[in-house]
Design a protein around this ligand. Structure first.
Ligand code: SF4
Length: 473
């Protein structure tokens, strides 16, 4: 079946033409279908559709087929069921983070999209809603017989502008025109908030916000929402990271409301690493939403004051919403389409994966500027350092989505003091990033390396600088 799936992507153009003919033909039969009875017709169609599509596409019968919009590659073959583009963990060879022997379903989808139209980036796939779990196993063809359109959702209506006086410190910093610095802190494996506060205290006065990871790497720690609330209570500005891996849309929306009620003003929406990478590989991954549908849900809560179900909120949250981007893994060119989708879905700031490859990042930023994306969201670039070339090499091999060029590894390896050299490389990267048009700031990361990170931020002293070229509309 896997080889048939790859064959379908190779023949995406002909299959798409066939699909369009089928849709036109089927919708012409809508009156007859109604006469026959849609329920009866679905019973007949379902087994035929299942056999034909599982043979050609390894179809999972999600009941909301989007093959025509995803290069004839079924996104339900993605281990995280991402419906709006690749996750940040795609391997350098284009294979899947979770199933390393298989091609990433979204690398295949972009290959198919290119075969259908060479200028596919000019009209990327529409934003797709979170899957309606009730429709699993149902026929999608029946929609064609009913003359229904593709299940694409609309961009959020009317963005609510937060008045200056109500903006949180991170949002104000992003709008101020000076260089922004955020830092990542992992919550502790402890019921005692002391360890968390000790880590946060190292960045007192040095950063604009502290990201609290949500089960990073699929490992269990104190919950991100609780750790964020603790930081608020102690005068810090947290970015509450929300991963889709562990909670469904009901739990996530409840947590977002709870976080806002506890004073959290910033959230970062991400899909999350798979459980297989963490300390509980036996856990059930959820992935009820993906990062893009989560952004849309969060934006709907803030702007329209309603849950994903449409039910009204009594008091909507007012959040500065961000998303992640990873320009350093395949499919490189299509990462822009994914970034644009996140911005359209509601992201107002973007934090990237570790940038160890400036050339690759500059290429990405050229396209960001070409599409004016840096004027629609604040681009904050991930940077960091590790203690040695060995540790950096380990991270490149084992942490999904991290790309470290061999030239950098060799430079650190050859140094007499590897830790000092790695730190110098990080500082050089930060200065180089500060000179790239469209870069709003840096997001400093490095697990259990807080002292060195604080030194780097102090030595760069970038928060005093006006952004060199950025203008945000
Ligand atoms: S690499 Fe990520 S997006 Fe691609 S198939 Fe695997 S889980 Fe899905």
């Amino acid at each position: 079946m896997y080889s048939a799936r790859l064959w379908s992507v190779r023949h995406a153009r002909s299959l798409r033409t066939l699909y369009e003919l089928f849709s036109r033909w089927a919708s012409a039969f809508a009156p007859l279908a109604r006469l026959l009875g849609l329920e009866r017709l679905e019973k007949i169609l379902r087994p035929i559709e299942r056999s034909a599509k599982s043979l050609l596409f390894d179809c999972r019968m999600c009941g909301q087929c989007v093959l025509s919009a995803t290069g004839m590659a079924c996104p339900m073959n993605c281990a995280k069921e991402m419906r709006n583009g690749p996750c940040g963990g795609v391997r350098a060879d284009g294979n899947c983070e979770v199933q390393p022997t298989l091609r990433c379903a979204w690398v295949e989808a972009t290959t198919g999209a290119k075969r259908i139209a060479s200028d596919h980036l000019a009209h990327p796939t529409p934003l797709l809603p979170a899957i309606d779990q009730r429709r699993r196993g149902a026929s999608s063809w029946i929609q064609a017989f009913q003359g229904r359109p593709d299940p694409a959702f609309q961009a959020p209506v009317g963005l609510r502008i937060t008045p200056d006086a109500q903006q949180g410190p991170l949002e104000r910093a992003c709008h101020s025109g000076r260089f922004v610095v955020t830092v990542e802190v992992a919550p502790p494996d402890s019921a005692d908030p002391g360890a968390l506060l000790a880590r946060a205290a190292k960045f007192e006065g040095l950063v604009d916000a502290i990201n609290i990871t949500d089960g990073a790497g699929g490992n269990c720690h104190m919950s991100s929402v609780a750790a964020s609330a603790i930081l608020v209570a102690h005068g810090h500005t947290p970015v509450y990271q929300v991963a889709c891996r562990d909670r469904n849309r009901i739990a996530i929306q409840g947590d977002i409301l709870g976080a806002a009620a506890l004073g959290v003003q910033n959230i970062l929406c991400l899909t999350g690493d798979d459980v297989s990478q963490g300390d509980h590989p036996q856990a059930k991954p959820v992935f009820d939403l993906d990062a893009v549908s989560l952004l849309h849900v969060a934006r709907g809560m803030c702007d329209r004051g309603e849950y994903a179900s449409g039910r009204k909120l009594q008091g909507p949250p007012d959040l500065f919403i961000g998303a992640t981007a990873n320009p350093f893994v395949p499919p490189y060119v299509d990462r822009i389409a994914n970034l644009e989708k996140k911005i359209v879905a509601g992201a107002r700031f973007i934090q990237t994966q570790f940038c160890f490859d400036l050339a690759l990042f500059e290429e990405f930023m050229r396209e960001v500027r070409h599409r004016d994306l840096h004027r629609r969201a604040h681009i904050i670039v991930g940077v960091g350092t590790l203690s040695s070339a060995k540790a950096l090499g380990w991270m490149a091999r084992h942490v999904p989505g991290v790309h470290v060029p061999s030239a950098l590894l060799t430079r650190i390896e050859k140094a007499a003091d590897q830790q000092a050299e790695a730190k110098s490389c990080c500082i050089e990267t930060i200065w180089a990033l500060a000179g790239i048009e469209g870069v709003a700031g840096v997001h400093v990361m490095g697990h259990k390396n807080e002292d060195v990170l604080a030194e780097i931020i102090t030595e760069c002293d970038l928060r005093r600088q006006t952004r060199l070229h950025t203008a945000y509309a």
